[in-house]
Design a protein around this ligand. Structure first.
Ligand SMILES: NC(=O)C1=CN([C@@H]2O[C@H](COP(=O)(O)OP(=O)(O)OC[C@H]3O[C@@H](n4cnc5c(N)ncnc54)[C@H](OP(=O)(O)O)[C@@H]3O)[C@@H](O)[C@H]2O)C=CC1
Ligand SMILES: O=C1O[C@H](COP(=O)(O)O)[C@@H](O)[C@H](O)[C@H]1O
Length: 538
């Protein structure tokens, strides 16, 4: 039985004078081409996000959507298939896309702009057909030559598609005599961007032969989450926190991306990817660089991405001894019996692929020298939780009789990214009563109490940003390569040595090796994945 949380009575509008939220900037007319139109990403994330943009009127009036894949479909059957898929999410949420009905008018506005091309993206003739469709879109929908090519295909095809687009001159932008752009061409590249430092470098070189860096949008959907973007607002929109945001007051940082889901139908993808490649150099490093970056001089893409790239550049490559890996065995997740990873579809019965990874990372600069960043991510864990927890140093001295300083709990500031979005601060107070006895309590901000929640898959903001040409929330070439550089020694060491898997039960908090990683650093411990609260009520 699900229990509804009590409705909280305080509301932002009653308490704090805020100007109304600003309206988003109008987008240019454009056409979006999805390569991989019959795939999982398209139906689960891209189409729900476009539908949401249509619902909130954030899509341009002059818009067209062209799907490309080999599966035989007509434009009509592709639309119907996607409508039926969308309908199947009603009352059956995908990620945070939790809808109780479809807004038919919003769907209709999108559907009437959708068409499909059947073809093989490794063949030049597809791109000739695409040229015709782009011209049709311009005539029928007034898209003005602007186009987004979304690569929702396996990463081994990213370079191929960009090469073909270039050869067909479909990525050429048009400039006036005065150098002003008349129409733009942009390419969205999915993750994983490469599989190693070398392959990421080679892919960057390949696509940069055709595209300018400012035409490339390397997507990382964590950056589309409101709570991730809010890290910068929290740090740089308040005078309170930045003075203590450094090695003087912070003991260590823990970043957790814990999932209850297993690999589900993605066994084939996961067998060549694993938890480290899937989550660390992209999502987890995006969170880490938001926490560790220096204040930018402005909120434009150049300023923000440079500060984030500086963090990654200051991180030394991880020693294999500072990493732990795990693979789930059978067990119970959220009271449901589940299989081991090796029994999942399309997974080898002796697979050496990790479904869990923990690492100790460092940022070698003035602000962070000596402050460890412990990160972990895994599947089939006890609870779904993505958070950044900052552990402050203990008070240097305690004046309280009978309370030695080492009995004081540290202050924790926790930025909760998902699913219970918010921020909490744990600190010590005196218990009621005649005895001076200390206890840890929390101040807790929940996003939902202040801002009504919209069903959202995380791609909405990112797609909108591509349409307005704002790359702030996308990875730059150097950021991607630093990500791989940092984890490469671990990838190499793990490939060279078979692990003793499975080594954690489904429904647990991960393998013991991950606990050891912290324990040996002066007896530190991970925050529990399952409990959600590090300070039990007294
Ligand atoms: N699914 C997810 O949750 C996530 C996926 N991603 C990334 O998104 C990308 C797509 O993943 P996903 O949708 O899961 O993969 P799928 O395997 O489900 O889809 C792949 C798509 O590529 C098309 N395709 C493959 N080969 C060709 C070809 N030669 N010509 C034309 N089309 C082709 C397939 O269509 P057809 O067979 O009809 O040709 C299909 O539409 C990957 O890079 C993945 O890493 C990133 C984050 C999450
Ligand atoms: O990119 C990926 O992310 C998801 C986790 O994202 P979330 O928004 O659901 O937290 C992960 O399950 C998947 O394996 C990975 O490819």
């Amino acid at each position: 039985m699900s229990v509804k949380a009590p409705v909280r009575t305080h509301h932002a509008a009653q308490l704090i004078q805020c100007p109304p939220a600003r309206k988003p900037k109008p987008t240019d007319p454009c056409v979006m081409v999805i390569f991989g139109a019959s795939g999982d990403l398209t139906k689960r994330l891209v189409i729900p996000a476009l539908y949401n943009l249509s619902r909130t009127r954030a899509l341009p009036e002059k818009f067209a959507l062209i799907g490309v894949a080999r599966t035989p479909e007509t434009s009509e059957s592709w639309r119907d298939y996607l409508y039926d898929t969308l309908k199947s999410y009603v009352g059956n949420p995908v990620t945070d896309f939790d809808i109780d009905h479809i807004d038919e008018a919003a769907w209709q506005r999108l559907a009437e702009k959708m068409s499909y091309i059947q073809g093989d993206l490794t063949k030049p003739e597809l791109y000739e057909a695409l040229r015709g469709s782009l011209q049709d879109a311009e005539k029928e929908h007034g898209t003005n030559g602007n186009a987004i090519f979304y690569l929702a295909v396996a990463d081994r095809l990213f370079g191929t598609v960009v090469d073909h687009l270039g050869e067909a001159k479909l990525t050429n932008q048009n400039e006036n005599q005065d150098g002003k752009q008349r129409f733009w061409r942009r390419v969205v590249v999915e993750k994983p961007f490469g599989h190693s430092l070398d392959s990421a470098g080679a892919l960057n070189t390949q696509i940069l032969r055709t595209l300018h860096e400012d035409q490339i949008f390397r997507i990382d959907h964590f950056l589309g989450k409101d709570t991730v973007q809010s890290i910068m607002a929290f740090r740089f929109g308040n005078g309170l926190f930045e003075p203590i945001w450094n090695r003087d007051r912070i003991d260590h940082v823990q970043i957790t991306a814990a999932e209850t889901v297993g690999v589900e139908q993605r066994g084939a993808f996961y067998e060549v990817t694993g938890a480290l490649r899937d989550m660390i150099p992209n999502h987890v490093f995006s969170l880490l660089s938001m926490v560790a970056m220096e204040p930018p001089t402005g909120f434009d893409a150049r300023a923000i991405r440079s500060k984030k790239a500086d963090v990654l550049a200051a991180m030394p490559a991880v020693e294999p001894a500072c990493a732990a890996r795990g693979q789930y065995g059978a067990g119970n997740v959220l009271d449901k019996k589940v299989k081991s990873y090796r029994q999942e579809p399309h997974v080898a019965t002796d697979s050496n692929v990790e479904t869990y990874v923990a690492m100790k990372l460092e940022v070698d600069n003035w602000r962070w020298a000596g402050v460890p960043f412990y990160v972990r991510t895994g599947k089939h864990l006890s609870n779904r939780k993505t958070e950044i927890a900052i552990c402050f140093k203990q008070a240097p001295y305690t004046a309280f009789q009978y309370t030695p300083v080492d009995a004081l709990r540290p202050n924790w500031l926790v930025l909760r990214i998902a699913p219970d979005e918010g921020i909490s601060l744990q600190f010590e107070v005196k218990r009621r009563g005649p005895v001076v006895d200390l206890a840890a309590v929390k101040m807790d901000f929940h996003y939902n109490d202040w801002f009504p929640k919209e069903p959202n898959v995380g791609y909405e903001t990112l797609l909108y940003d591509v349409m307005i040409g704002d790359p702030t929330l996308f990875m730059r070439d150097d950021m991607v390569e630093h990500g791989w550089r940092i984890v490469q020694p671990v990838l190499d060491a793990w490939a060279a040595k078979k692990a003793d898997f499975p080594n954690y039960d489904s429904g647990s908090d991960g393998p013991m090796a991950a606990d050891e990683l912290l324990r040996r650093d002066g007896g530190r411990a991970w925050r529990p994945v399952g409990l959600g609260s590090e300070c039990a009520k007294p």
